[in-house]
Design a protein around this ligand. Structure first.
Ligand code: ADP
Ligand code: MG
Length: 533
């Protein structure tokens, strides 16, 4: 930093760490690759699990890319960008997080090799962009159509999505639950908010089932309320069953015990009146988003009405869709037609906690998949598997398109990219070929997970794709190449387009950085040192 007249010029505060040029690039690439490498071995049905232990000793066992990365709490900025890739993938599609991160890591690894051959980063970025556009177009043109009537295909999508999670044994049954659930809530678009996946340990995965209605983590407000009701008329309230508290500043002066009694009587009369109106509507179960006064609870119970208070808004919304009830905001406006219906409503204690089942709803537009598993860790992973299954079907139905998994689609797109590279020429050609190779990391990793030499499998895959076998992929269970169409390994197109998109964007972004300036940690920038006299 020798500057003007031999005096050093400081443009950055003391303590700032700076790395530039190749140094910055290689550090960023190394950090990003490390993130990809940390989740790579979890890919696919034969992927390994990670056990994550946080600072207070909580344990999570998973092979879910985004779960792993979120728990890892990475520091390096380029590494954080990779975590963003996973998070975006999770937010947009809900699956394919490992795939996205692994492709991003491999794109950078291949770019690193090109940088070593003195190919300028902007050339690589340009080539990668061309390759990305081509890959996205190829993905779409290679995809196949699926519709909601095709339950068989939906089940295959669900089974593929549940990949590798610990639910292998109950997989088929769980996939069926997901398909059934979708069948109920189907409409123009399927809103995943109306397929609630609830979990509780203490039973086996086979005990998981579909509730044609809602499961509430609640108990009835008062122990004297009935805990089991049939042919239930349901009232949903978003106003309290309470007498409004007097204004904060208002004082009620009572001078005699009679006056106090009269006041209390009046309050009790008002509550009684409210309950009368509820009861007159014919409702026998009330779910209230607000509070219910103790005395009102007592009157409700006396009238044979069971009620739960402070029910979550999201649960009330589920109940609207499941039972057909309307949400009422004023006790004076209840009419019979606002009530919803459920065949059964009952309270149960499951592993020490009360839950209320609202089920056997007629034509419910919201349903609950109740996932069970032996221990908390198992059931957590099963819930993630179920979420993936449901989301998988929803993503596939969003644009009615699926592609073959098991690395088949990546092989086929890579093949097209190589042909495309030849037509391009120039140095970008190298980058496009690198992009193609990077996509092959998916079949390669799946092959590796079988324990066999991945090279043999990749070579055979290439040959078979050259012969036109577009659905040839890795049969991870038999450690061979097989037809993914026959095996039923299909995935939503959206997983792949999103993964390719965000992986290449992240790779590009990291490649374009040639200067990393890290502020000194700990608040305000300090003054530059004064030149010495
Ligand atoms: P991600 O976080 O990317 O979804 P997964 O661990 O779920 O990672 O693995 C997804 C990969 O596993 C996809 O490439 C998918 O095609 C592949 N896969 C899923 N099921 C099978 C199967 N039965 N045989 C071969 N590959 C499979
Ligand atoms: Mg997955």
């Amino acid at each position: 930093m020798n500057g003007y007249g031999g005096q050093p010029i400081f443009i950055l505060p003391e303590g700032t760490i700076r790395s530039t040029g190749k140094d910055a690039q290689s550090r960023n690439i190394t950090a990003a690759k490390a993130v990809a490498e940390s989740v790579r071995t979890t890919l696919g049905p034969k992927g390994m699990d990670k056990m994550l232990v946080n600072s207070i000793g909580d344990v999570v066992i998973t092979n879910d890319g985004v779960t792993i990365l979120e728990e890892m709490d990475v520091e390096h900025p380029a590494a954080k960008m990779m975590v963003e890739v996973a998070k975006t993938q999770e937010d947009v599609v809900g699956d394919g997080t490992t795939t996205a991160v692994v492709i991003a890591g491999e794109l950078l690894k291949k770019a690193e090799a090109l940088l070593e051959q003195d190919i300028h980063p902007t050339v690589i970025v340009r080539g990668y962009r061309l390759a990305k556009t081509k890959a996205l177009a190829e993905l779409t043109s290679l995809s196949i159509k699926v519709s909601i009537e095709n339950k068989d295909m939906l089940k295959k999508i669900a089974m593929t999505a549940m990949t590798g999670k610990s639910g292998e044994n109950a997989k088929e049954q769980m996939a069926q639950l997901a398909v059934d659930a979708i069948g109920y809530v189907q409409g123009e678009t399927i809103d995943k908010d109306y397929i609630k996946v609830e979990k509780k340990h203490g039973a086996s995965a086979e005990d998981s089932r579909l509730i044609k209605g809602v499961l509430l983590e609640k108990e009835f407000a008062n122990p004297s309320m009935r805990k089991e009701l049939k042919d239930v008329k349901i009232l949903l309230l978003d106003c309290a069953l309470e007498v409004k508290e007097p204004e904060r500043n208002a004082e009620i002066k009572v001078n005699t015990p009679e006056q106090l009694q009269a006041f209390l009587n009046q309050e009790s009369m008002m509550l009684k009146d409210m309950v009368k109106k509820v009861s007159a509507s014919g409702a026998n179960v009330v779910f209230c988003q607000k509070g219910i006064d103790d005395l009102a609870q007592h009157y409700l119970a006396k009238n044979g009405i069971s009620a739960a208070r402070r029910v979550k808004k999201s649960d009330i919304e589920m109940l609207v869709k499941a039972t057909g009830a309307k949400v009422i905001s004023s006790i004076d406006e209840i009419s019979q037609s606002d009530l919803g219906f459920a065949g059964k409503v009952y309270e149960r204690k499951i592993v020490g906690e009360e839950v209320i089942y609202v089920e056997e709803c007629k034509d419910p537009k919201a349903v609950t998949i109740f996932v069970r598993g032996s221990t908390e860790h198992v059931v957590d992973e099963l819930k993630r598997a179920m979420d993936d299954a449901v989301l998988g079907i929803i993503s596939a139905l969003e644009n009615n398109r699926v592609v073959y998994g098991g690395g088949a689609i990546e092989m086929e797109v890579a093949r097209s990219l190589r042909q495309y590279a030849e037509s391009q020429g120039g140095r970008e050609q190298l980058a496009i070929n690198a992009f193609a190779e990077a996509l092959e990391i998916i079949p390669k990793t799946l092959a590796e997970s079988t324990g066999k030499d991945p090279i043999d499998i990749i070579v055979e895959l290439r040959t078979r794709h050259d012969k036109g076998e577009k659905s040839a992929g890795v049969d991870v269970f038999r450690a061979t190449v097989a037809d993914m169409d026959k095996l039923g390994v299909v995935e939503p197109l959206k997983i792949k387009t999103q993964a390719v998109n965000s992986a290449s964007e992240a790779a590009e972004m990291i490649l374009r950085i040639d200067d990393v300036i890290t502020a000194r940690s700990g608040g305000a920038p300090s003054m530059p040192p004064m030149p010495e006299e």
